[in-house]
Each structure stands twice: as C-alpha cells, then as structure tokens.
Write a new protein. Structure first.
Length: 269
C-alpha cells in the first residue's frame, strides 16, 4: 500500500483520524478494526458491525452485477448515457477522451500535487486516467460496489500511485481536508441523499480544493425520461444544483452542458 494514504484514512468504526497502520495488514490502532484487503481493494465499510448496505434503486442493484462491471466501460456507460442524455452528451466532445480533457483541466491536475479522490469510481475509468495524468500524486478510487472494485483492481495494475477503497459516499472514510480535488463523474443522480454526499465532499476537500462532477439534466426526449424513471435516477436542474452547492459553502460554480448531461466545477474557499 502507498504509505501516503495512511494519514488520510479515517476509521469507519471508531472515527479516529490517521489511526491506521499497515505493518500486519491494514488495522486501526484505536479500535483494532482489521480491514479486508484481499481482493485488490481495502474494504472500509465495516460490514462486520454495520452489515452490507442495501441497494435501493434499479441502477444501484445493476452496479453490483459482475457482468455489468465487466462491460461498463465499453458498452454499458456509453449506451446508458446516449439513452438518457442523448447523442450530444458524448459526441460533442469526442467521447471519453473529450470528457477526460474537460475533467482534467477542471481539476487543475497540472497545477496541484494531490492527493486526488475519484469518488464512485466504478471499474476505474477516470481513476486510471487521473493516475496517468498525475503520475507523482496519490489517486484514491472509492466505490461501494464490490463488483466494480474487483474489476477496477485488475485494471489499475501497473499504476503505482492508485489505491482502491470500498466505502460509502455518504460517510467517506477520510480525514477532514484530505484531498486537493475530488472527481465525481456520473454518480450523483444515483445517491440516496446527494446533499449528504456534497457535505462529505466539502469536509474532505482541502481549503481551495476543487470539486468536479457530472450528471444528468432534464432529458431531451421521451425515451430518456422513461429510461431515467425505470432506473430510478434523479435529474438536476443546473441552477438548482448551483444554489444547493452555494448553500453548503462552495463557490466559483461553473458548468458545461453536453446534451442532456452537464459537467460542473466548484471550489471550496
């Protein structure tokens, strides 16, 4: 494990900050929690005391599927985005390469030393891209789905600056002010309580830290609206999202519309 991740971890059981050591596996000095790390990621959900989280929506259940996890990058994600947000969501910027360019520049990867968090990282698509663009910085990929992290662990081999963590976006297992920037691509529409996630993002950002995310706006066509309803995802009015983030203390909000989706950026003062 990259030793730089130990000081930024927060124990999910006792809440102690920076209490983990890795001499005999990842364990908390305060409460003796031993973290399962056998599958290429560190499970910081503490399911022994809290149990496995329940997937509520159809999309959440699908993200737990090993089949979906394996086909997510090449088939599931591009097809789902086209269906829900229209062709303009990706085609206008040249697909994933264009998305990455937008996220990389919005995060100011070249101007900051990190560490970086790829929140709800799935199989590690953006995690790998950020790690390649910032090879000297620690990049943490976090997701709640085992299936996604198992696929991600195989795909990040060779990236020495990546650490994968299983955790809940509503209760991030990191200390206050841990990250220079947080990337949160295509996930906030699926959270049970997006505002609580925003509070956790605020808490774990350093002062001056940047939050970059993407999500779905109102569907441009009937098919997209029906697909979103069936999947149980929520859509955002960009003006409402701006107001919500502003109430929580974020500043310098910007957005870029891409068909029925949009990328946004905000800063913690």
């Amino acid at each position: 494990m990259d030793p730089h991740v130990l000081p930024i971890l927060k124990c999910p059981r006792c809440g102690a900050a920076g209490s983990f050591e890795s001499a005999r596996g990842l364990a908390c000095r305060r409460c003796d929690l031993v973290v399962e790390s056998a599958r290429g990621f560190h499970d910081l959900l503490d399911v022994a005391t809290r149990g496995e989280p329940a997937a509520i929506s159809a999309e959440q259940r699908l993200m737990e599927s090993p089949v979906v996890a394996r086909i997510y990058e090449r088939m599931w994600r591009p097809t789902f985005v086209r269906l829900v947000a229209g062709r303009g969501a990706g085609a206008g910027v040249g697909g994933f390469a264009g998305e990455l360019f937008i996220h990389k520049n919005a995060l100011s990867l070249d101007d900051r030393a990190g560490p970086w968090l790829d929140l709800s990282c799935g199989p590690g698509l953006f995690t790998r891209a950020i790690a390649a663009a910032a090879p000297g910085a620690l990049v943490v990929g976090l997701d709640i789905a085992r299936a996604m992290l198992e696929v991600a662990s195989g795909r990040v081999k060779g990236y020495t600056n990546v650490v994968l963590v299983r955790g809940d976006a509503h209760q991030l297992p990191f200390v206050d002010g841990a990250f220079e920037g947080i990337n949160n691509a295509g996930a906030i529409h699926a959270y049970d309580d997006a505002e609580q996630v925003f509070r956790e993002i605020w808490r774990t950002l350093k002062p001056g830290g940047i939050y970059v995310g993407s999500t779905f706006a109102e569907a441009p066509h009937f098919t997209g609206r029906m697909a979103a309803r069936i999947a149980g995802i929520r859509r955002y009015d960009p003006n409402e999202l701006r107001a919500q983030l502003s109430r929580l203390g974020f500043a310098e909000y910007e957005e870029l519309r891409l068909g029925g989706a949009f990328v946004f950026r905000a800063r913690k003062p």
